[in-house]
Design a protein around this ligand. Structure first.
Ligand code: HEC
Length: 469
């Protein structure tokens, strides 16, 4: 073969390769994109759901192909804030790098439809309760009316359970009344009666707070956000709803530009088997926040030592608007590190509980370290104060919080054998009682509102600036 014939042959074979490779790669809606949208997006992006538009049909997806590509590339969607690969969680909707590349390529190619015969049927969603009719359904005394415009609303509905004895539930399911406006829901138990007092002080059903129930002593029970599948606790495990408790149901509402109504329901499934393990929720909080205006990287680190052998089922980080990142990591007594969660790009709108696929075993003496960062500068678009002002712990939109909630069981506890255990709070409660004694001015063993305000102020002064790095 002379040289020019060889070159010609090479060119011919290259030319014939090129179109074949291209044809193979081009992704289409029906074949490649619809299955991803159905599995990862449709739970929220379908008619009547919390997503601002539907992504169920080709027409709807084509119109938004560019924004969809951008939202998945930045990993804004699907909303899920925990860093991957540290620990395996249940219900993680995250897209793979390959899926993101497909969506981007499809959008860049002009969002072709492809062959209609390739299209899978659209997913079916259960209309009723996912886990079947609950044993008890609770809702606020009347429907709530949400204004058309303005800021998001956090409404706390107080619902009496009237339980004559302590009850254990194995799951709480949530059915939002109006999915266009219900962004997420958190339920607390309240045995103090303070939630009722706050409710009765307002003419509307429920009362407004931001981020939490606004009632000291109310206990976190369960949280829900769209896309979360209800899941029964393992057999023999239960969440306690104490005798006589009220449920404070806090609903975060988005507004739609129209007046809307909602009457969200929760459903309890009681434990059918004897409960051996009480699932408790520990609040690991750092209330001594003191974040100066303009400080773009205020950091706190706080550690908590686990007093007994425990098994941790889930973690929920909680901050308000200027929170930027949180990491929770445990160091076992043997020195091994166990990551629990890292939220590198905190978004107040998407607070999830992260449920470990394999619950974490922590021997007594394990140290859990919580590290949080806040940006109180003008450059933080989420900063609610313009110009920025000093920010401390509190319940208002402009205040901050620093909490990691841990759902756990105590290993030595076997209620079926009559062996009860104290919770993680026990040792800490004793310390707290000692530390708070000087503020109990009238010596009645309790802090009234004025005494509590003094104590909070003193603690903030003591810890607030020391923690800054
Ligand atoms: C858990 C519910 C939920 C899931 C799952 C979800 N979205 Fe969204 N999406 C929303 C909500 C709510 C908004 C409105 C903005 C907000 O609140 O962040 C939104 C907004 C968007 C936007 C507009 C963003 C912008 O820049 O304006 C796009 C695009 C989008 N979603 C695409 C997707 C895609 C693609 C998926 C799946 C890969 C997905 N979403 C999964 C709830 C969800």
């Amino acid at each position: 073969m002379n040289r020019s014939v060889f070159l010609l042959a090479a060119l011919v074979s290259l030319a014939s390769l090129a179109p074949a490779a291209q044809a193979k790669a081009a992704p289409t809606f029906t074949k490649d994109i619809a299955p991803i949208l159905f599995a990862h997006c449709a739970a929220c992006h379908r008619p009547g759901e919390v997503g601002p538009f539907s992504l169920l049909t080709y027409e709807e997806a084509r119109k938004r192909a560019k924004t969809v590509g951008a939202a998945v590339e930045k990993r804004l969607m699907p909303p899920w804030k925990a860093a991957p690969d540290l620990v395996a969680y249940h219900d993680n909707p995250r897209l793979s790098d390959g899926q993101i590349a497909l969506i981007k390529e499809w959008a860049a190619n002009g969002a072709p439809e492809g062959n209609r015969a390739d299209l899978l049927p659209a997913p079916k969603f259960t209309a009723g309760w996912t886990l079947g009719e609950p044993d008890l359904v609770l809702q606020a005394d009347r429907e709530f009316t949400l204004e058309a415009e303005g800021r998001d609303v956090y409404q706390c509905f107080v619902i009496p359970t009237k339980f004559a004895e302590d009850r254990f539930i194995s799951v709480m399911e949530v059915r939002p009344g109006n999915r266009r406006v219900v962004h997420h829901v958190v339920a607390f138990t309240d045995t103090t009666g303070k939630g009722r007092e706050r409710d009765e002080a307002t003419p509307e059903t429920g009362y407004r707070t931001f981020g939490g129930p606004g009632v000291p002593g109310a206990q976190w029970l369960e949280g829900w956000a769209p896309g979360k599948n209800p899941r029964h606790l393992p057999a023999g495990h239960g969440l306690l709803v104490p005798k006589g408790a009220d449920i404070i149901l806090q609903v975060h509402y988005n507004k739609t530009g129209k007046v809307e109504t909602d009457h969200t329901k929760i459903g309890f499934h009681f434990c059918k088997q004897p409960v051996d393990k009480r699932v408790r929720v520990h609040t690991h909080a750092f209330p001594g926040l003191n974040i100066q205006p303009g400080d773009a990287n205020y950091a706190v680190t706080n550690s908590y030592t686990v007093p007994a052998n425990v098994t941790v089922l889930a973690v929920w980080p909680h901050m308000h608007l200027i929170g930027r990142a949180m990491t929770v990591e445990a160091t076992l007594p043997n020195g091994n590190k166990q990551p629990m969660v890292t939220v590198p790009d905190w978004d107040f709108n998407w607070q999830f509980g992260y449920h470990f696929k394999e619950p974490l075993k922590f021997p007594g003496g394990t140290k859990i370290q919580l590290t949080a960062h806040y940006d109180n500068s003008e450059n933080n678009p989420a900063n609610p104060s313009r110009p920025p002002k000093a920010v401390r712990w509190g319940e208002q939109t402009t205040d901050e919080m620093c909490i990691a909630f841990y759902a756990y069981t105590v290993d030595t506890e076997h209620l079926t054998q009559g062996i009860a255990a104290g919770g993680m709070n026990r040792g800490r409660d004793r310390e707290a009682i000692q530390a708070l004694k000087p503020f109990d001015k009238d010596g009645d063993g309790k802090l009234n509102d004025a005494e509590r305000a003094e104590a909070v102020k003193a603690f903030q002064e003591r810890f607030g600036s020391k923690q800054k790095k």
